[in-house]
Ligand binder design. Structure first.
Ligand code: URA
Length: 229
């Protein structure tokens, strides 16, 4: 982490006040004054401000049950954002690992650990996502076959990876996909001639939405859940 970021996320300093303090020579790293505010600081470095050691904040890992009508953005003039519901310290450092559309409900993972969220979303790490889908029209055998073979989306160079489908009823399915393209589930259903009426994400990789969380509620991930990614 950069020195100015570390200082501002561990103290009451804003980023610009942190830069001033660093420039004034008030900050030491492993016993040596550092005046370069952009310097990268090792995980185990001892950082001091005027002789007082600064504790690096623990990374945050949060599971949020997103309701419909809430947007996955840091700010929005017209709608409540996910972050409005969280009310956490150091919220400006948090980001969402895998956004959902405004009308989609379910599991959102939120963190300030960029490497962890990269592992959640990067196709290389192969974390599938499980969605419950309410459909406009009864699912057909042909639609299931196309989706499970890999449907071609408009404007995409390659076909989607094969989806796994579980039929719950003729108007409700569970679909597990390996990618996270923009509006992917809705586009997949449209490409086979159906339409998503309701969409709910239940799981990302092996992390399941905690059934005890009601919409708009959140909890920290357990150490085991963090390790699953
Ligand atoms: N696919 C969609 O179309 N929308 C979402 O919110 C998530 C996946």
């Amino acid at each position: 982490m950069r020195l100015d970021k570390l200082l501002s996320s561990s103290t009451a300093f804003t980023r610009s006040l942190a830069k001033v303090a660093i420039k004034q020579g008030k900050v030491k790293v492993d016993g040596v004054v550092v005046k370069n505010h952009g310097q990268k600081i090792a995980e185990d470095a001892l950082v001091e401000y005027m002789g007082v050691s600064i504790k690096k904040p623990k990374p945050q890992f949060i599971m949020f049950h997103k309701p419909a009508g809430v947007v996955c953005a840091n700010s929005d003039e017209d709608h409540q954002t996910v972050f409005d519901a969280l009310m956490l310290p150091r919220m400006e450092t948090l980001h969402i690992a895998g956004r959902l559309d405004i009308d989609t409900t379910g599991l959102l993972l939120i963190t300030d650990d960029g490497q962890w969220s990269h592992r959640v979303t990067s196709p290389k790490h192969n974390h599938s996502k499980s969605y419950l889908i309410d459909l406009h029209s009864p699912i057909t055998d042909k639609q299931v076959r196309i989706l499970t073979e890999g449907v071609q989306l408009k404007g995409e160079p390659k076909r989607c990876l094969p989806a796994k489908i579980e039929i719950i009823s003729e108007l409700k399915i569970r679909m597990i996909i390996g990618e996270g393209k923009y509006h992917q589930v809705k586009r997949m259903m449209a490409a086979v001639g159906n339409h998503v009426v309701k969409l709910h994400r239940e799981q990302i990789g092996n992390i399941k939405l905690d059934e005890s969380l009601k919409e708009n509620e959140w909890r920290e991930l357990t150490a085991e859940e963090i390790e699953l990614v």
